[in-house]
Design a protein around this ligand. Sequence first.
Ligand code: HEM
Length: 152
Amino acid sequence: MKPITLLGAFLVLSGVFMLMLVPTPRSEIVRAAEDDTPLADLMLEAQGTLKKLRRSVRKEDKRDESLELTDQLLKVTLASRLLAPPMIEKVPEAEKAAFVTAYRKMMLDVARATLDLETAVLDGDLEKAQELYKKIADMEDPGHEKFTEGDG
Ligand code: HEM
């Protein structure tokens, strides 16, 4: 009988453990899932792509990888430009159109810099490519200051 008792105890304990893993409504995990938007997903993709680009643009032998990454970043940026930031809900009605226009134009700045980066990679101009990488990365903070509610 002992093995059954042990098995029973194990099952009960695993059940309790699993319940502990279920996030409470206040947990960060649940909040992140609720906050998840198509734009946030694209932004996370941009983040991953940029992280890889930072290294690849320094190396001649990573040309193909860099071209793949600039292509991804361009697609993500062009898709992002058509999605209004969630913050739009809090913008007064009369300012909404200008807000969306400014947002879209800034995304176009990122897309344009990404095209310039692709050109630099194609030219094998590593120095220029690194400058342009930085130019793109430096747009993140101003973009978030203007178009997010401050915690990103
Ligand atoms: C260029 C480099 C950029 C990177 C790597 C980047 C990355 C990110 C990341 C990681 C998030 C958080 C996603 C999440 O909630 O899990 C985010 C959110 C956001 N970013 Fe960016 N971002 C960049 C540029 C920009 C620019 C230029 C703008 C505006 C023109 C912008 C607008 C936003 C907005 C509106 C959100 C909130 C999205 C939402 O909650 O739906 N980002 N970004």
